[in-house]
Design a protein around this ligand. Structure first.
Ligand SMILES: NC(=O)c1ccc[n+]([C@@H]2O[C@H](COP(=O)([O-])OP(=O)(O)OC[C@H]3O[C@@H](n4cnc5c(N)ncnc54)[C@H](OP(=O)(O)O)[C@@H]3O)[C@@H](O)[C@H]2O)c1
Length: 249
């Protein structure tokens, strides 16, 4: 039976895990980085923690006799994606990337597109602003370089780096978010600017719609470039790819 490794930590990986849990023709294994302290229990066997770089991943793939890999990590998890590409290429294993399509600006949007977190901080400018940060907890430290803004930080778990920001509020929440709630949140907090990564997808997309409705400026951090490879953005397409490989091992 084909052994499938899913690199996860995303809605896409959960969707795929739910799908393969119902199949008897695959032996799936989900890999999580272990960043979330209390992840929902996956419906398929899983392991947690880094592999130990490319060499560690190659070892893992061999020891676990993996036949094919779906990289369903977050579009900003560039290192894991790079490592997966290198390890699969070294072992000649089929690899697919399953990722959500990125957001594209629509009529009425006020986006400033930037390449990284430092550029996002700079884009907020020298005048104090009320900034809604929806970038997760790990990269908050960059905003300590602009302590004159007031930050409203939304994260899944209490972000330690928030302590470095003199003026901030923390909202602990996990998507999906409703448009009406996003509008109320941004209006009640008198938000001037929204900072977000271009993660894409619908569960967290309502904030962009809300910003458009309220005329709020968006600082949009573009995705890091990824190595070329087979990319799919729907469950149907990626399961079709898995089926093709099952038919011709
Ligand atoms: N970056 C984001 O904005 C974001 C948002 C939501 C969810 N996530 C999820 O959070 C996890 C970590 O993201 P990141 O941006 O820190 O990744 P990253 O920078 O690309 O990866 C850093 C290291 O974490 C380990 N790792 C990452 N994903 C892994 C996985 N699925 N299974 C096992 N090890 C993994 C690997 O360690 P070794 O080198 O030791 O193998 C990797 O080299 C990913 O699973 C990603 O899908 C990330």
């Amino acid at each position: 039976m084909m052994r499938l490794l899913i690199l996860g930590g995303t809605t896409e990986a959960s969707l795929l895990a739910q799908h393969v849990a119902t199949r008897t023709d695959l032996t799936p294994l989900l890999s999580l980085a272990g960043r979330t302290r209390h992840p929902a229990t996956p419906p398929i066997p899983f392991r947690m923690g880094g592999f130990g770089g490319v060499d560690g991943l190659i070892r893992f793939l061999v020891e676990n006799a993996i036949d094919l890999v779906v990289d369903a990590t977050h579009p900003f998890a560039a290192q894991m994606t790079r490592h997966a590409a290198m390890a699969c290429s070294a072992l000649n294993l089929p690899l697919a990337i399953f990722t959500r399509p990125e957001w594209i600006p629509e009529e009425g949007d006020r986006w400033t597109r930037v390449g990284d977190m430092q550029a996002a901080v700079a884009a907020l400018g020298p005048d104090p602003r009320r900034v809604f940060l929806t970038i997760g907890g790990l990269q908050l430290a960059a905003f300590a370089a602009a302590p004159w803004h007031h930050y409203v930080i939304r994260a899944i778990e209490p972000p330690q780096a928030a302590a470095g920001l003199p003026h901030h509020d923390v909202i602990l929440a996990r998507g999906p978010y409703r448009l009406a709630d996003e509008v109320s949140l941004m209006r009640d907090a008198s938000i001037d600017s929204l900072v977000t990564k271009n993660s894409g997808g619908t569960p967290t997309g309502a904030k962009l719609h809300a910003a458009r409705m309220l005329g709020i400026e968006v600082v949009m951090i573009d995705r890091p470039p990824i190595a070329t490879g087979r990319r799919f953005d729907t469950l149907e397409a990626v399961t079709g790819w898995i089926d093709d490989h099952r038919a011709t091992p």
